[in-house]
Write a protein that binds this ligand. Structure first.
Ligand SMILES: O=C[C@H](O)[C@H](O)[C@H](O)COP(=O)(O)O
Length: 217
């Protein structure tokens, strides 16, 4: 199977976590797009969704699925999303598609985080994928200097503005041995909105597609 076939297989497999009458949390990205497509046959059975991006909202609405504001929803049974990297503790790097802030907010409200990945996303140590950090635009240079002092090499993601009107710094050359600690440290830098480490709130269930099919971890 090539990578897209694996993404499709795992997106389809995640539909089993969706129950009739649910309002579901929906992530962002190419893997989640397959999950949304796979919702089509049961779109009329679910109550609606809370979305983590304008892109996912558009796809959900195209299926006739009602998209709720998170402020109108107290809790979500399940949040389904992809990842850029995940380790054995189910800590992740996310934000390759610049949707990290809304993803972190929506996933915080969900009882269960189901992470859907192909096997290329599994790593022993997080950090080979550059860590995205969403930053208030006027703080970009200051935050970049602070990140350098932590040992990272921040690169401004040119031309990208997040759904929240902010910018992204991608931090290269980090070997992340203590993801929770680094997540907290980055959050302490004034001007950082969110960093792409999902360690304090990692995944609960991981569905991984490899050449043999989809397995649950
Ligand atoms: O901002 C984007 C998200 O964190 C995605 O979940 C992540 O980048 C994985 O995306 P994909 O499924 O396209 O590899």
């Amino acid at each position: 199977m090539d990578q897209n076939q694996k993404k499709k297989a795992v997106g389809e497999a995640a539909v089993k976590f969706v129950k009739p009458g649910d309002i579901i949390g929906v992530g962002t990205g190419s893997t989640v797009n397959y999950f949304i497509d796979a919702l089509a046959p049961i779109a009329h059975e679910i109550k609606g969704a809370v979305s983590s991006s304008e892109a996912s909202t558009e796809k959900l609405k195209a299926l006739g699925i009602e998209v709720y504001s998170l402020n109108d929803v107290d809790s979500l049974d399940v949040y389904v999303d992809g990842a850029d990297e995940i380790n054995a503790d189910k800590a992740m790097i996310k934000g390759g598609g610049a949707a990290l802030t809304r993803e972190k907010i929506v996933s915080a409200v969900a009882k269960k985080f189901v992470c859907i990945i192909d096997d290329s996303k599994m790593v022993d140590t997080l950090g080979e994928f550059p860590l995205p950090v969403e930053v208030i635009p006027m703080a970009r240079s200051y935050v970049a200097r602070e990140i350098v002092s932590l040992g990272g090499d921040p690169v401004y993601r040119q031309g990208v503005v997040t759904d929240n009107g902010n910018v992204i710094l991608d931090v290269h050359n980090l070997r992340i041995d203590a993801p929770m600690h680094l997540e907290t440290q980055l959050n302490q830098i004034v001007g950082v909105v969110t960093n792409g480490l999902f360690a304090h709130r990692g995944a609960d269930i991981v569905l991984v597609a490899d050449n043999n099919g989809v397995k649950e971890i």
